[in-house]
Design a protein around this ligand. Structure first.
Ligand SMILES: [Zn+2]
Ligand SMILES: [Zn+2]
Ligand SMILES: [Zn+2]
Length: 147
């Protein structure tokens, strides 16, 4: 059985009482290796199968649901009609932002939160404690702009 590279992630899964079966680990491994790729359940299944050929799509769906419940992964809607997943919140930070290129469809990730000022203002003005946010920017990426 291959090991999870991300020790933090492993500890987090164990801390939540999640049994680390081989099949579950292979789902998490795929998500870890494909960071930034925003895979669909079918794409996760295709990749997990290479490592664990005996795994079924239903098991992959159940594992995804469990990881969602544990808040280890997030569900994404990137406007392409697919539900996509990615690892998130490993260090208890807010969700990163996505840049959606309207010409080529590429999704870029913004690693920094950048919303501190807005968050403080909202918390102050609305007495609302912000725990997370989902933010997508639409536009034209550098490569498409150069064409
Ligand atoms: Zn992302
Ligand atoms: Zn934030
Ligand atoms: Zn583009």
């Amino acid at each position: 059985m291959r090991e999870l590279k991300n020790e933090e992630l492993k500890q987090m899964i164990k801390a939540k009482g999640f049994k680390l079966t081989k099949q579950r680990i292979s789902v998490v491994l795929v998500l870890e290796q494909c960071e930034g790729e925003h895979l669909t359940a079918e794409e996760i299944y295709e990749r997990v199968k290479q490592e664990s050929p005996e795994i079924g799509l239903a098991t992959v769906y159940r594992t995804i649901q469990l990881l969602l419940d544990l808040k280890i992964i997030d569900r994404l809607n990137l406007d392409d009609g697919c539900v996509r997943y990615e690892l998130d919140n490993l260090d208890n930070t807010h969700h990163h932002h996505h840049l959606v290129c309207e010409q080529c469809g590429t999704i870029y990730e913004v690693k920094d939160d950048l919303l501190d000022t807005i968050e403080q203002q909202v918390q102050r003005d609305y007495k609302f404690e912000i725990t997370n946010h989902i933010l997508k920017f639409y536009g034209v990426c550098e490569q498409c702009n150069q064409k």
